[in-house]
Design a protein. Sequence first.
Length: 115
Amino acid sequence: MNRQGKIWGETTTFFKNGTISSHYLEIKAGGYCSEHRHTHKSNYFFVISGDLEVHIWREKGVVDKIALGPGQSTAVPPGVYHKFEALTHCQCIEIYEVCLQEPDIDRRTGGGFRR
């Protein structure tokens, strides 16, 4: 396990492979992360205890503020700015999943049939 201190609390990585990573987050009341986005990763949040608000910036500057309590979850797709904020002391699971961008093929030549 890899534990890291953050200004808002701490994160502990408990599973990681080439496509998925899972983290336990403990966030102090009032703690929040930066507004950021992931180019190729989806970001999922599942609240264990406390209250978490996830802000997701949609098209044309619209911000969805999603309030989550224990047992609730939300997802953020790749390429979308977001941040989280703990309304109370919060414990949650954060999962990153790599999403392949379609089309996932770059052809150098065309196929055919030899006669």
